[in-house]
Ligand binder design. Structure first.
Ligand code: SF4
Length: 77
């Protein structure tokens, strides 16, 4: 029920633990960002260039439950 946001340099990731189905798509897709052995277990700080951020968007897009979401930063002028 409570959605938390984890902040990164390019994009942020939001997560609602009540919705997560523990399918593991995120952990398999990008273990440098999603690591259940760490606290916090989501670290968008490791998606710190454009290619990694694009990969993170794709992995979040495969989350089957909708627990994960991408929060884009405002475009820099
Ligand atoms: S991909 Fe989505 S549903 Fe699966 S473990 Fe990650 S957050 Fe949970």
């Amino acid at each position: 029920m409570t959605r938390k946001t984890y902040y990164g340099p390019i994009i942020d990731v939001s997560f609602d633990g009540a919705v997560c189905q523990h399918a593991g798509e995120c952990v398999r897709g990008m273990p440098t960002v999603f690591d259940t052995g760490k606290r916090p277990w989501i670290d968008p700080g490791n998606a710190d260039d454009a290619a990694l951020a694009e990969h993170l968007r794709a992995v979040v897009g495969r989350c089957p439950s909708g627990a994960l979401g991408i929060v884009e930063h405002e475009a820099q002028a």
